[in-house]
Design a protein around this ligand. Structure first.
Ligand SMILES: NC(=O)c1ccc[n+]([C@@H]2O[C@H](COP(=O)([O-])OP(=O)(O)OC[C@H]3O[C@@H](n4cnc5c(N)ncnc54)[C@H](OP(=O)(O)O)[C@@H]3O)[C@@H](O)[C@H]2O)c1
Length: 354
């Protein structure tokens, strides 16, 4: 574990009867690892890594390189809860955050924060929640959505089958200009995807919560325009955050109003889609098929019908990874800003839920 160097100062030793007057001994704006406590003692404050996915060693190496002397701790090293002022979190039970009285920052290691929002009550008031906004992640997402869409439009699976059967047959694909792609969610991910698809010549519509203007994109907003947004789409790509408003958004009623033969792509969260309704809509022929990076329960159980459906392809939540190398600078900068009392980047609106 990395420990910081604190100048020994006898006046601040444990044996002093009366606490010394509050006096910042270091410039906290410049030294992000030492904070003065109200009792006059200097304390090492630490950043705690809470992720079910990795042991954190890569983050430790990258963040201590950005912030020399940073006290980076994993759960086994947590020590005194009063010394934790920030938590890096990903898919970890967050109820324990309530036990860190000096917590100021919870940084999600993903773009989505639904895993933090569900544990909101455990997060003490006044704690800022941030998320990842990273072009390297956004580019991966656009690439994955493009792959899923082109696979459908260009008949990749059908050609694969023909290849296996050694049949040399043509299948006509629609021209990009004749394909309408609807992107639900026009934020970091959806906005980028819309720009790229529009530049490639597709007709692009987008749907967001508030009004938007995007060149080359027909923009709709608000729940009362959702059906209008969906109606012309040959392909719908979901890039929404999971909130109470967007949960179960794609259900039997919505599928019934979509253009016959529409193809569904979900790269956001599984709970946007009512899975049995999607299967029924595909079986009825209304929806052509679906490519789903995310599912309601991940990993899916062995008997989940998606595994067996000929027109559904699932991926194991891999559309866009958080890349520690490209994300460490923004985490480090936010930690520095938090210590310096400066406004943070990529702050989540807890009321809005994203
Ligand atoms: N599968 C993966 O590997 C992966 C990786 C990263 C992220 N994700 C998912 O992708 C999601 C989107 O990420 P992002 O960074 O693009 O999020 P973002 O920047 O916060 O954008 C969210 C977009 O959704 C819109 N929206 C939110 N609630 C809405 C509502 N009730 N009605 C209509 N539109 C609504 C927002 O509208 P406004 O613009 O009007 O606010 C915004 O345009 C994440 O939340 C996460 O769940 C998945």
């Amino acid at each position: 574990m990395a420990h910081i160097q604190v100048d020994p100062n006898p006046a601040m030793s444990e044996t002093v009867d009366a606490p010394a007057p509050f006096r910042p001994a270091v410039d906290v704006a410049r030294d992000p690892t030492i904070v003065p406590r109200p009792d006059g003692r200097e304390a090492t404050m630490a950043l705690l890594y809470l992720s079910r996915q990795t042991d954190g060693e890569e983050w430790r190496a990258l963040l201590t390189a950005e912030l020399p002397g940073l006290d980076f701790r994993t759960p086994g090293e947590a020590g005194d809860p009063a010394e934790i002022d920030a938590a890096l979190v990903w898919l970890h039970p967050l109820e324990e955050l309530a036990g860190y009285p000096n917590l100021k920052l919870v940084a999600s290691l993903g773009a989505g924060v639904d895993h933090v929002i569900v544990a909101r009550r455990a997060i003490p008031d006044g704690v800022t929640v941030t998320r990842i906004v990273d072009p390297a992640m956004t580019e991966q997402m656009t690439e994955w959505c493009l792959m899923a869409m082109l696979n459908h439009l260009r008949g990749w699976d059908a050609y694969r089958e023909l290849h296996r059967e050694r049949r040399y047959e043509e299948r006509r694909a629609p021209l990009p200009r004749d394909v309408t792609v609807g992107i639900a969610g026009l934020g970091e991910m959806g906005g980028h995807c819309a720009r790229v698809l529009s530049a490639m010549g597709y007709r692009v519509c987008g749907w967001s919560r508030g009004p938007k203007r995007r060149e080359g994109v027909a923009c709709f907003h608000g729940m009362d325009r959702f059906a209008d947004f969906l109606a012309p789409c040959d392909v719908v790509i979901c890039l929404l955050p999971l909130t109470p408003e967007t949960e179960d958004l794609f259900n039997a009623e919505r599928f019934a109003r979509m253009k016959p033969g529409c193809f569904v792509i979900n790269a956001a969260r599984g709970r946007h889609i009512v899975e049995e309704d999607l299967i029924a809509a595909i079986d009825s022929g209304r929806i052509a098929g679906a490519t789903l990076d995310v599912q309601r329960a991940e990993p899916m159980s062995g008997d989940h019908p998606f595994w067996y459906h000929p027109r559904i392809v699932t991926f194991p939540h891999v559309a866009a990874f958080t890349v520690p190398r490209t994300c460490a600078p923004q985490i480090a900068e936010n930690y520095r800003r938090m210590r310096a009392g400066e406004p943070l980047m990529n702050v989540v609106d807890l009321e809005r839920g994203y």
